[in-house]
Design a protein around this ligand. Structure first.
Ligand code: DGJ
Length: 771
C-alpha cells in the first residue's frame, strides 16, 4: 500500500514502513525505513534542528539550515553540497559533472513496470508502484521506482534516466537503490570467497568511512556475492534489526555502505561504475537493474526467510522443478563413451534418480578443455553412435535427459573460432587472454547472440532434453566490442545480450529446467535465478567445505536453488574422507543429486544411497517450500539447520571437529509451540566399521588385521547402526535447548551413543505428539 500525505509518501508492507518526503527545495528526502509505523506524517522521523555549521554548503542563501549533506536523501549526485558517496554521476548536457534532480511529479501505478532489457521480479496481486519524477535543469529526467510487495515485506527499486535535453550526456554511475539510514552502530554481513570456497560469511562493524562489496570480473563472482545485509550490532540469527539488499544482475555490481561522521549510514546498490559509461543521446533512456530491499526485526534469519519466499514466488521460473539428478562429471571427467554413460545411467535408475545429466565433453573436438567450446555438434570420437542413440538408451531406462553446455565461450581450437575469430572480446592492440584455455564470446554482438540462440534451440528442438546445465568457466577480460563507440559500455551490454539469449532460449521452453553454473558458484545471483531453477553451488563437493558454502548461500537464496551433489570419499577437491551419512545430510539441504562413480560402489553403499534418495524424495516438498533457519549451537565447530513445514521440523546437526571429553550438545529448534508436546527422532544411519580402527579388536571375539580379509570384505555389506535417538518434550523445553545424548568418549558403547567424530552429523525429525 502507498499512502500520500501532500508531499510525503508512506510505503507500507505488512511489517514495515518506508517514508520519504519532498523537501521545500524539491529534493526527495529519506525519512524512515523500519518496523511499520502509524500512518501519520507528523512523527519525529528526523532531527529537525539543523543549524548551519562550519564546513557546509548552503543550498539557498535564505535558508541557512538547508544543506544536502545533513539530510537523508533518496538519490544523490555531485556538486550541490552532499559530499557522501553519490548514487549518480554523469557528464551532463552542460558538460559539467554537477547534477541536481528536483521533484516534478509523482504517479502511483497499480502494477509493477518491467524492464525492457533486464530481468524483473514478477509482481504480486497487490503490488503498487510509486514513481517519483525528478528533473535537472539541463533537461535530464529521472524516474525513481518503488514497487511495494506488502505480504513479502519487500520494496523493489530501480531508476530510469531519460535525456530530454537536446545535448548528449554520458552516464558514469546510476545506482539502483539508495538508502540513507539515520542509524549507526551497525554491522555489515557479506559473502566472500573464491573458486571452490564460495559464499563464506563475513560480519564486521561499520566504522566511519566507506565499505565496498563489488565485482569487476564480468560475473557477480565467487569472490563477492551481491547479497548484503546491514544489521544492528546486537542482532542475532533470530532477533534484532536487519536490512537485506540484493540486485537482479549477474555482472559487475557494487554495494557501497558509508557511515559518515553525522551518524548517517548510506547504502548504495547497483551496477559497478568501474568499467561503466553510458552515452545517452537526446531522447534516449537508460534503465538500471532492479534492486531488492527488505527489513526484518526477526534478525538475520528473518531477512533470509523474506528473501527465500520472495525468490520462490517472484523470481524463479514458474513451475520450477528440482529433479534428483545424476551428473557424470566427477565420475568420468572427459573419459567416457556411450557404454560408460549407459552403465552409469543403469545404476542411476536403480537408485530411482530422475534425470541423467551428461556433463562436459560430448561435443566438438573436446578431448580435453583445450578444444571444442563453441561447436555444439556431437563429438563422434567419443560418441561414434551420436547423441540420439545415447539419449534414447538413457530415456529407455526411464530417466530424463539433461545436457551440459558452455555457450558464452570458445576455444581457439574450434570450428567456431576458426570461422569467426572476431567474435571474441578483444581489444585492437592486445592479444586476448585465456582462462581455462578459452576466450569469451562478444555477447554485445547481435550475430553472436543469434548464433548461440540458434545452437541451443536446435539442440533443444532436436533432442528430448528436459534439463540444461549452463556453465561459464572464466572471468571476463579484454573488454572491447566493435559494436559500440564507448567501450565502457561493454560489460553491461554483454549482460543485456546474455539476458536476451536466455529469454529467447528458455522463455519459450518452460518445461526445460535450467541449472546455472559458473565454475561452481561464480554467478550465484538473482539475475540468473530469473531463468534458472537452481545453481551449482560450488565445484567443491566436500561436505565439510559445503557446510560453510551452503550456510552462506542460505543468507539470501532458498534451499531449492542450491544445487548439491553427493560426491566420492576421499573427496576429489580436498582428499578428505567423510562418511556417506554426512555427505548425504549436508547435500540434503538443497536440490539433490549424485556425482560420484556409482558403478564402483559396494552393495552396502548402494543400499544406503538408494535409501537416502528415498528419504530425500520423501521430504523434497519440505525442502522446497519449508521455512529454513540457521540455528544457534552451544559449542564451536557446529552447524545446525532447520526446515519447518506444516508442523514438522527437519533438523540437521553437524560437527566439524571432535573435541575430547566433549560437553553436552544442545539443539535449539525454533517455531515450536511452547504448550505442545513433541517427539524428536534421529533418522537411522550407519557408521562404517573402519571408523573404529584398532578399537575393533577390543570388541570383537577375534583379532583382525589392518589390511586383513575382515576389513577388506565385511564393510562391503555390514556397518554399525549409528545412535538411535529419541527425545520427548514440550515445545517450551525444546525451545530452551534440548540436550542430546552423549557423544563417544573413547570408552563404553551403547546403541544410543552418538558416534559423530570429525565431520559427523545427524538428521532429526521433530513432530507433534498426538494424544
Ligand atoms: C565446471 C563445473 O563447475 C563443473 O561442474 C563441470 O561442469 C566442469 N566445469 C566441466 O568442464
Amino acid at each position: 500500500m502507498i499512502n500520500v500525505h501532500q508531499q510525503t509518501f508512506h510505503l507500507i508492507t505488512d511489517n514495515t514502513s518506508y517514508w520519504l518526503q519532498i523537501s521545500d527545495f524539491g529534493h526527495p528526502l529519506h525519512l524512515y525505513y523500519g518496523p511499520r509505523t502509524l500512518d501519520d506524517p507528523h512523527q519525529s522521523f528526523v532531527n529537525n534542528t539543523q543549524i548551519e555549521t562550519g564546513t557546509t554548503i548552503k543550498y539557498h542563501p535564505d535558508h541557512t539550515q538547508y544543506s544536502l549533506d545533513h539530510y537523508g536523501l533518496e538519490y544523490s549526485s555531485q556538486g550541490r553540497g552532499d559530499y557522501r558517496t553519490p548514487s549518480f554521476k554523469a557528464q551532463m548536457p552542460d558538460d559539467s559533472f554537477v547534477a541536481d534532480f528536483r521533484y516534478v511529479d509523482y504517479e502511483i501505478l497499480d502494477k509493477k513496470p518491467t524492464l525492457s532489457t533486464l530481468p524483473s521480479a514478477r509482481q504480486s496481486q497487490q503490488t503498487q508502484t510509486l514513481k517519483i519524477i525528478l528533473k535537472d535543469n539541463t533537461g535530464v529526467t529521472m524516474h525513481l521506482y518503488y514497487s511495494v510487495y506488502e505480504q513479502e515485506d519487500f520494496i523493489s527499486r530501480c531508476v530510469v534516466v531519460l535525456n530530454d535535453s537536446d545535448q548528449d550526456l554520458i552516464l558514469h554511475k546510476v545506482m539502483s537503490l539508495q538508502l540513507d539510514l539515520l542509524a549507526d552502530q551497525l554491522d555489515i554481513i557479506t559473502l566472500h570467497g573464491d573458486w571452490a570456497k564460495e559464499t563464506h560469511v563475513q560480519r564486521h562493524p561499520l566504522s566511519i568511512g566507506t565499505y565496498q562489496n563489488q565485482s569487476r570480473r564480468g560475473t557477480s563472482s565467487n569472490q563477492h556475492n551481491p547479497g548484503v545485509m546491514v544489521v544492528g550490532q546486537q542482532t542475532t540469527q533470530h532477533l534484532g534489526t536487519a536490512y537485506g539488499f540484493n540486485l537482479l544482475y549477474s555482472g559487475n555490481h557494487k554495494t557501497e555502505v558509508e557511515l559518515n561522521p553525522h551518524g548517517y549510514t548510506r547504502v548504495l546498490v547497483g551496477l559497478n561504475d568501474d568499467l561503466f559509461q553510458w552515452p545517452l543521446a537526446p531522447g534516449s533512456v537508460f534503465e538500471s537493474p532492479e534492486a531488492l530491499m527488505t527489513y526484518s526485526q526477526k534478525g538475520i534469519n528473518g531477512v533470509s526467510q523474506n528473501f527465500h519466499q520472495f525468490i520462490r514466488t517472484h523470481l524463479l521460473p514458474l513451475g520450477h522443478k528440482h529433479p534428483v539428478v545424476y551428473n557424470n562429471w566427477e565420475a568420468t571427467r572427459f573419459d567416457f563413451n556411450h557404454q560408460k554413460i549407459v552403465s552409469l545411467a543403469k545404476v542411476a535408475k536403480s537408485f530411482d534418480i530422475e534425470t541423467f545429466v551428461l556433463d562436459d565433453g560430448w561435443f566438438g573436438d573436446r578431448q580435453s578443455d583445450h578444444a571444442g567450446l563453441g561447436d555444439y555438434k556431437v563429438n563422434t570420437k567419443r560418441l561414434p553412435k551420436g547423441l540420439k542413440p545415447l539419449i534414447e538408451d538413457i530415456r529407455a531406462l526411464g530417466l530424463d535427459f539433461g545436457l551440459w553446455v558452455e555457450p558464452e565461450m570458445v576455444n581457439q581450437q574450434s570450428d567456431l573460432y576458426q570461422a569467426y575469430p572476431e567474435w571474441v572480446l578483444r581489444t585492437p592492440t592486445k592479444t586476448p587472454l585465456e582462462g581455462r584455455n578459452q576466450l569469451v564470446l562478444d555477447l554485445c554482438l547481435k550475430e553472436v547472440q543469434d548464433y548461440i540462440i540458434h545452437q541451443l534451440t536446435t539442440l533443444l528442438d532436436t533432442y528430448p532434453i528436459s534439463y540444461i546445465k549452463w556453465d561459464m568457466n572464466r572471468p571476463q577480460s579484454d573488454w572491447y566490442s566493435p559494436s559500440v563507440t564507448n567501450q565502457a559500455m561493454v560489460p553491461h551490454l554483454y549482460m543485456i545480450g546474455l539476458y536476451r539469449v536466455l529469454d529467447e532460449v528458455f522463455g519459450q521452453r518452460p518445461d526445460v529446467t535450467l541449472e546455472m553454473c559458473a565454475s561452481g558458484g561464480n554467478r550465484f545471483d538473482l539475475g540468473m535465478l530469473c531463468y534458472a531453477s537452481q545453481i551449482w553451488s560450488s565445484d567443491n563437493t566436500d561436505a565439510g567445505e559445503r557446510l560453510k558454502i551452503q550456510e552462506g548461500l542460505t543468507y539470501f537464496y532458498p534451499l531449492c536453488t542450491i544445487s548439491n551433489h553427493l560426491a566420492a570419499s576421499p573427496n576429489p577437491s580436498t582428499l578428505r574422507s567423510i562418511s556417506l551419512s554426512t555427505r548425504f545430510n549436508v547435500a540434503f539441504f538443497g536440490s539433490y543429486g549424485l556425482e560420484l562413480d556409482i558403478t564402483d560402489l559396494n552393495s552396502l553403499e548402494k543400499k544406503i544411497i538408494k535409501d537416502q534418495i528415498q528419504r530425500y524424495k520423501q521430504y523434497r516438498h519440505h525442502i522446497e517450500h519449508g521455512k529454513f533457519s540457521r540455528l544457534e549451537t552451544n559449542q564451536d565447530y557446529r552447524y545446525s539447520w532447520q526446515i519447518e513445514y506444516e508442523n514438522e521440523f527437519l533438523l540437521g546437526y553437524f560437527q566439524t571437529l571432535y573435541q575430547s571429553s566433549p560437553k553436552f550438545d544442545k539443539i535449539y529448534p525454533v517455531g515450536l509451540a511452547s504448550n505442545k508436546a513433541y517427539q524428536v527422532v534421529s533418522f537411522p544411519q550407519k557408521v562404517e566399521i573402519q571408523k573404529f580402527g584398532a578399537l575393533l579388536n577390543h570388541v570383537l571375539p577375534f583379532t583382525i588385521k589392518k589390511e586383513g580379509l575382515f576389513i577388506k570384505t565385511v564393510p562391503n555389506y555390514y556397518a554399525l547402526d549409528d545412535a538411535s535417538e529419541t527425545y520427548r518434550g514440550s515445545g517450551a523445553l525444546l525451545l530452551n535447548g534440548l540436550i542430546l545424548n552423549q557423544q563417544f568418549v573413547s570408552t563404553g558403547y551403547r546403541p544410543d551413543l552418538r558416534m559423530l567424530g570429525d565431520f559427523g552429523s545427524t538428521l532429526y525429525l521433530i513432530t507433534e505428539e498426538k494424544e
